[in-house]
Design a protein around this ligand. Structure first.
Ligand code: HEM
Length: 430
């Protein structure tokens, strides 16, 4: 069966013959030298044939590429590659929505309404009696006893639906991921490298589900006894859950870009221009790392409700460094448990990230970069300013749900522009 897929080549146009073979016509060769290299490589070939079939083996092609230099660029089925790309992009979009849903669930204080977890078979109560039973279960836990003892069944239903929606969305991600993954794998549309990534993504999705429940459990434990205690999940587990979501999102997006928009090549030959472009790329990666670190520190702010202290900017209660920044002992514990320190660190990280991204943008005006990389640098810088603006507004307005949720989504948009920029810089001349 002939397939219409054609592959890029500097010298010849091989045609896909079937899933495992490509057909190369000797007539297409422009130089005898290449024909002899091919014949030498496949010494078993009958030299009188005008064409031959070549197994699609990326490794052997890479080896051949090393001999002839310009024969092949890619042997992957380009259409399948696009489908895989769209699938991965859908998964990254779904992870994005999950993060937003998770943020709104937390901000509306709905996350502790479901007190059990079943991987399969979690379902909505159907009758009034089932709802009453679910409400009764909730009443056994600290959040009801200490904070919500006044709520009615209809209030409870509302927070329950929020948490249920978030959990079901997580399961939908699992399904939208696993079914196409199995299809692409079995149909032979995944390269060896993609197979490795697909297996790793599957593990990460599973780990994220488990981490979600491990986090919820920390809010259900019998460790809140005082009237002033606020039942909430552990900030460490919240930060781990959010970090894992950000990692998953980044990996999905990066792999989708690999398949959908391969980076543009940069035509520069002067050694100094190449060196400058590499330095720029290194700074872009550092900014991406800093965005991630700032987001993790933001999860600690969210986990401790530390956005409800020192609601002024740039100073904290008229001081650049507040007095109680090292109030806890041992000192190290302040970094993750003292509300003041956690907020202070997030401010410092946020403004440092913004400064570095602005420097990166300024440098991008003075470098020779691929056009799309330049556009990505502009978007990265614009998003950084918006994100910091949203953060400051969240703080000054005492964390209202819509603004805080926008600040959280903004961090993912910022990360997306960072991923896009660094991806565009992937192919700099050596
Ligand atoms: C690059 C800059 C920044 C990034 C990437 C970032 C990211 C984040 C993230 C991911 C969260 C956690 C949201 C959640 O889980 O609900 C957060 C929370 C927060 N951030 Fe930022 N942030 C940045 C800058 C700032 C700045 C400059 C401020 C204020 C001075 C700020 C104030 C806050 C506050 C008050 C919260 C807690 C909101 C809540 O309780 O939901 N952020 N940030």
């Amino acid at each position: 069966m002939y397939s219409s897929f054609r592959f890029f080549s500097g010298l010849i146009k091989p045609i896909q013959y079937n899933r495992n073979l490509i057909r190369i016509s000797i007539n297409n060769f422009k130089s005898n030298e290449n024909i002899s290299v091919i014949r030498k490589y496949y010494s078993c070939l009958n030299s009188t044939k005008s064409h031959f079939l070549w197994p699609i083996k990326p490794k052997s092609i890479a080896r051949y590429g090393a001999i002839s230099g310009t024969l092949f660029k890619s042997t992957q089925n380009t259409k399948a590659k696009k489908y895989v790309g769209y699938w991965l992009l859908t998964c990254s979009g779904m992870v994005f929505v999950a993060v937003v849903l998770g943020g709104v669930t937390r901000l509306t204080e709905s996350g502790l309404s479901m007190v059990t977890w079943k991987l399969f078979g979690e379902r909505m109560p159907r009758t009034e009696a089932e709802w009453q039973a679910e409400f009764f279960n909730y009443q056994q836990y600290p959040e009801f006893k200490i904070k919500n003892s006044e709520i009615t069944l209809s209030d409870f239903k509302w927070i329950w639906y929020m948490e249920f929606g978030h959990r079901m969305w997580g399961r939908a991600i699992g399904a939208v991921y696993a079914l196409p993954a199995a299809y692409f794998w079995l149909a032979g549309h995944l390269s060896k490298r993609m197979k490795f990534r697909v297996a790793a993504f599957g593990l990460l999705i599973g780990a994220q589900g488990l981490m979600g429940w491990y986090m919820v459990k920390s809010g259900l434990e019998d460790r809140f006894h005082d009237e002033s205690d606020i039942p909430r999940v552990s900030q460490y587990r919240l930060a781990s859950h959010l970090s894992l979501a950000f990692i998953l999102y980044t990996l999905f997006l990066w792999s989708a870009l690999d398949n959908l928009i391969p980076p543009q090549t940069l035509n520069i030959s002067s050694e100094s221009a190449i060196k400058a472009a590499r330095k720029f790329r290194m700074l872009a990666h550092s900014c991406k790392g800093l965005v991630f670190l700032t987001a993790v520190s933001g999860a600690f702010v969210a986990g401790l409700d530390a956005g409800l202290v020192y609601n002024s900017f740039p100073k904290m209660a008229d001081k650049w460094i507040p007095d109680d920044i090292l109030a806890m002992s041992p000192k190290l514990i302040n970094i993750t448990e003292n509300h003041t320190t956690v907020q202070f660190n997030h401010r410092v990280l946020g403004t440092t990230t913004l400064s570095l991204i602005t420097l990166l943008w300024w440098m991008s005006r003075r470098r020779t970069l691929p056009p799309r990389a330049l556009l990505a640098a502009n978007c990265f810088a614009a998003m950084a300013w918006i994100q910091v603006g949203l953060g400051i507004t969240t703080l000054l307005t005492y964390v209202p749900t819509p603004i805080a949720a926008s600040h959280q989504s903004g961090s993912l948009l910022l990360l997306s522009t960072a991923v896009w920029l660094t991806h565009e810089l992937k192919k700099l001349p050596k």
